[in-house]
Design a binder for this molecule. Sequence first.
Ligand code: ADP
Ligand code: MG
Length: 256
Amino acid sequence: MPSPITLSMIGIRKSFGDQEVLKGISLDARQGEVISILGASGSGKSTFLRCINLLETPDEGTVAIGGETIVMKRHRQGHQLPADRRQIDNIRARLGMVFQNFNLWPHMTALQNVIEGPQHVLKRSRKLCVERGEQLLAKVGLYDRRNYYPSQLSGGQQQRVAIARALAMDPEVMLFDEPTSALDPELVGEVLKVMRALAEEGRTMLVVTHEMGFARGVSNRVVFMHQGSIEAQGAPEELFNQHPSERFRQFISSHH
Ligand code: ADP
Ligand code: MG
């Protein structure tokens, strides 16, 4: 039996001014699934991820995660998010987000960055947060750097702290937006290794990436976006070997 659906996006549309950036995107993620989202720059990948955690409000569509469902309809008077604060907080609490530029708090050490959310948002005891935070930093290979500030860490190390910080909130789904794109080439591998380990332990992950090796070798499903629509999707071996879309073929030949 397939595992249950943990995240469901239905018919997501989003325009900025006259430009329709998402043209009705639907995507379900099953528990434990790792989905790579590929596509040229400007195809709407980041906007789609931002619609999942409602950093952007879709004009139309449904976002459903962990028993919380928000249906957005286009209204003549403009777009108001038909959800209360509690619903939005509930949805965000189930999602961990990792950005291209790490976004760590510069005035906090690695450990402080990791425990900030659990301590102040989840209101857990400091002792528990430190214990768990140290475990998570160990998991991403940075226990010995726990008292370093972001400026004292390499980009790859900062991104691993950012992953530990997201995990500290116990999210159901991890969202990654080009987590290795800002890194020097020699630092990409250490971050991909951590992501691969998360995939292997059964984390549900949506990963926007240009790393074809990760998309092919780690994900269960690859989604290829083109100009705000899903142009092709499938298991990586199908998509990469059978090239169902000429555009996908062109895309992968330009990313080798
Ligand atoms: P990708 O992540 O695939 O590169 P984005 O989702 O960032 O694509 O952007 C898709 C399109 O939406 C681009 O043309 C971009 O310029 C536009 N866009 C994204 N965010 C905004 C915004 N806040 N305001 C106006 N246009 C935006
Ligand atoms: Mg982007």
